[in-house]
Design a protein around this ligand. Structure first.
Ligand SMILES: [Zn+2]
Length: 197
């Protein structure tokens, strides 16, 4: 078993719907609640589903994280398969500075710089530009100063991509996960291509 982390219950778990499509990333703590409540099965390294009763009898392996329980070690699942849910939800992602940075890959939409990032209103606030997904972008301080109270067109600046409201919560969450787990890879291919397109 690997060295215990600060908090194994905070480890990320990829949640799949019944059709094995990624739905969201949750914490191991929530994953155990879903598993224990019978609403999901945990997938092992061969992608075999297990209910809680059976899962709790599995020995944590070399690469596994585990939580201590009075009766031994409980393996932390990396993948969870929901039993009664077959849609891909369009969970609204909260509009926040942090999430705009995540969407924009922590890079200025004008020049790509990753330092001194601020939030830019594409149509300036002073001219009625709102705080919406479509009007807020990550922007470095230099570009922000250069743009001033102008639109990108007026300032002769182009955006590397159009700001849109993210619909794929999982994709956006993923950019915040430092090490997507290898076990997730088979389920993320379709999302990755969506993100690239
Ligand atoms: Zn810039």
């Amino acid at each position: 078993m690997s060295a215990p982390r600060r908090d194994a219950l905070a480890s990320p778990v990829l949640v799949l719907n019944r059709s094995y499509q990624p739905v969201r990333i949750t914490s191991a703590r929530n994953a155990f609640l879903l598993l224990y409540g019978g609403r999901a099965h945990a997938l092992d390294e061969d992608y075999e589903p297990h209910d809680f009763e059976h899962w709790s009898t599995l020995e944590p392996g070399e690469r596994d994280e585990a939580v201590r329980t009075p009766t031994g070690a409980l393996r932390v699942p990396r993948l969870l398969l929901l039993r009664g849910y077959n849609r891909v939800p369009r969970t609204p992602l909260r509009l926040s500075r942090r999430n705009v940075f995540l969407r924009d890959g922590h890079a200025c939409v004008y020049c790509g710089s990753t330092s001194a990032l601020t939030i830019d209103h594409v149509l300036p606030r002073s001219r009625g530009g709102g705080s919406t997904w479509e009007n807020l972008v990550a922007c470095c301080r230099d570009c922000n100063l250069r743009k001033g109270r102008r639109t990108p067109q007026e300032a002769g600046m182009s955006m590397r991509r159009e700001p849109v409201r993210p619909t794929w919560t999982v994709v956006v969450q993923l950019t915040g996960v430092r090490d997507p787990l290898p076990d997730w890879e088979p389920f993320l291919g379709s999302l990755r291509s969506r993100r690239a397109s």
